[in-house]
Each structure stands twice: as structure tokens, then as C-alpha cells.
Design a protein around this ligand. Structure first.
Ligand code: ADE
Ligand code: ZN
Ligand code: ZN
Length: 273
């Protein structure tokens, strides 16, 4: 996602934080966040091109074999040099482990930068919900598919990261991101309320569950993102109106699942045997 997408995911997550999560997040946030997680959720995108952070760029996505429309951790989670675990699902497991090890054992000295871990985890749980962040290898998740978005020349990946959200803000929300977020919050407490518990759930005794989110994303990428969006296509009202509900639901799911993951990490409640 772009800046608005990440801000939306983290704002929704904040409203589902348990008390202990609010306190733990507040302690870990950098001064620049001014107590607001959402304000730093795009930080990993701002730094990924700086030389000292270049190694983090493959952590924003996972590419899958062309046209298969499925995802497997062992097959797909690696960078271009075939280094295993260097992809968005691997990064979510890793940063969850870092935050867990500190949360569980307050006596051992922690070797990780937990402020960075929190900002990376929050960002990557957002990214994994963008369908084309689990796209095809051959087109780099739609980055090499040139399309028109109404009159503007862009690429399919950028349409899903930014343009659908941007057009929704202009068309329906008076260009106000807070109004857009409020509409998703209303949908969460009414339209999607019966689905929220299943979105929150994770495998027994697991803290993070990125693999099912990646499978959902590649399925949505095949069914909605790539469909009727071959190179050179002009995407307009038909595409916008049919895909906006998918984008809205993925942003909401990302927020719910970020909150659920952080609540599991920072909860002091004992887990039953
Ligand atoms: N670069 C290569 N594949 C990508 C993807 N799926 N998303 C974002 N950037 C990428
Ligand atoms: Zn992207
Ligand atoms: Zn990203």
C-alpha cells in the first residue's frame, strides 16, 4: 500500500488494541510518532531505498510462480538470490519473534531494536493484505504491467497501492482520509461484524499467521487485480467500482489482524495447555 493505505490499516488497528497493547506500543514508539502508531506505519517504505536499509526491500512482498494462483512458504519465501525467509511472510514471523522474546522475558538483555521491529511488523501486516504484494514473479506483482488509470499512465501495482484509494477519497469522501477510515470502522461494527472473530483467529498457540493472509492475497490478485488488466488496458469506472470493495475489505482485515497480533504479543494472559 501507499501512505494512505498504511495509515488506514494502523488507525483501524489502534482502535482494537487491548490496554496492555496500548501501553507497550506507546513505550516502543519513536519520539517522532507523538504517541500515534499510524504516523510511522509508512516508515519502512521511506527508508527502503537508503543504502543501509536496501536489504529490507524484498521484505515488502512475496512473489509466486506465474499463473498458478497459489502460495507456499518454502517455495516462494526467498529473495532474488534465493536467500530463504527473505519475503513479507518471513519478515512477519521474524519481527513477531523479536517482539515476543522481549515481551515474554523481561530479564534477558534484548539484542533487537524493538522500535524498528514494531514499525516493520505493522507495515508488513498491511502490505501482505495488498493482493499484488503476493503477485506473480514474472510481472513483479503488477509493477511491469503498464495500464491507464482513467487518463493517467501508471502500472497495475500502483493502481492497487494508491490509485483505487485515491479515487475513492475524491469520489466518495470529499478527499478526507479520516472520513474514509470512519466508513470502514462503521462497516466493521455493522456489515463485517460477524466476520471479525474469524479474521482475528490464528492457528492454535501461534502468535502470527501470515501464511493464510498470503494465500488469500494471491487468490484475490488472480480473481480481481490481474483480471481484465492486461498490459495496455485502460482501467476506469467498471474496474474501480468492482475492485474498491476488495481494497476496503483488505484494509479493514489488515487493521484487525495487526491489532490481534499485537494483542497476542503483548498480552500477559497465560495460554492454556
Ligand atoms: N517487486 C517484485 N515483486 C514485487 C511485488 N509483488 N510487490 C512489490 N514489489 C515487488
Ligand atoms: Zn506496493
Ligand atoms: Zn511496503
Amino acid at each position: 500500500w501507499g501512505k494512505e493505505g498504511h495509515y488506514t490499516v494502523c488507525k483501524i488497528a489502534e482502535s482494537y488494541f487491548e490496554e496492555e497493547t496500548v501501553a507497550a506500543v506507546k513505550k516502543l514508539l519513536p519520539e517522532s510518532a507523538d504517541g500515534d502508531l499510524a504516523s510511522v506505519c509508512s516508515w519502512p517504505d521511506e527508508i527502503k531505498h537508503h543504502w543501509q536499509w536496501r536489504w529490507t526491500s524484498p521484505l515488502h512482498y512475496v512473489d509466486t510462480p506465474d499463473y498458478r494462483c497459489n502460495y507456499e512458504y518454502c517455495r516462494d519465501c526467498h529473495d532474488t538470490h534465493k536467500h530463504q525467509d527473505r519475503c513479507v511472510t518471513g519478515a512477519i514471523f521474524n519481527y513477531t519473534m523479536q517482539l515476543m522474546s522481549a515481551s515474554e522475558n523481561s530479564h534477558t538483555i534484548v539484542h533487537y531494536n524493538l522500535t524498528e521491529a514494531l514499525m516493520f511488523l505493522s507495515h508488513f501486516i498491511g502490505d501482505i493484505h495488498q493482493p499484488l504484494h503476493v503477485g506473480f514473479l514474472g510481472d513483479e506483482g503488477g509493477n511491469t504491467i503498464t495500464v491507464r488509470w482513467y487518463r493517467r499512465k501508471t502500472n497495475l501495482h500502483h493502481v492497487w497501492d494508491n490509485m483505487i484509494i485515491e479515487s475513492a477519497l475524491k469520489t466518495y469522501y470529499n478527499k478526507s482520509l479520516p472520513l474514509f477510515i470512519q466508513a470502514l470502522q462503521t462497516n466493521l461494527t455493522h456489515g463485517w461484524s460477524n466476520d471479525v472473530p474469524s479474521w482475528e483467529s490464528c492457528q492454535l498457540n501461534q502468535t502470527a499467521c501470515p501464511n493464510p493472509y498470503a494465500s488469500e492475497s494471491i487468490n484475490l490478485a488472480c480473481k480481481y487485480a490481474y483480471r481484465n488488466a492486461t498490459p495496455g488496458t485502460t482501467l476506469g469506472d467498471d474496474y474501480f467500482l468492482s475492485r474498491l470493495p476488495i481494497v476496503e475489505k483488505r484494509l479493514a482485515q489488515g487493521g484487525i489482524r495487526l491489532a490481534a497480533t499485537l494483542n497476542r504479543i503483548f498480552s500477559s494472559k497465560p495460554k492454556h495447555a
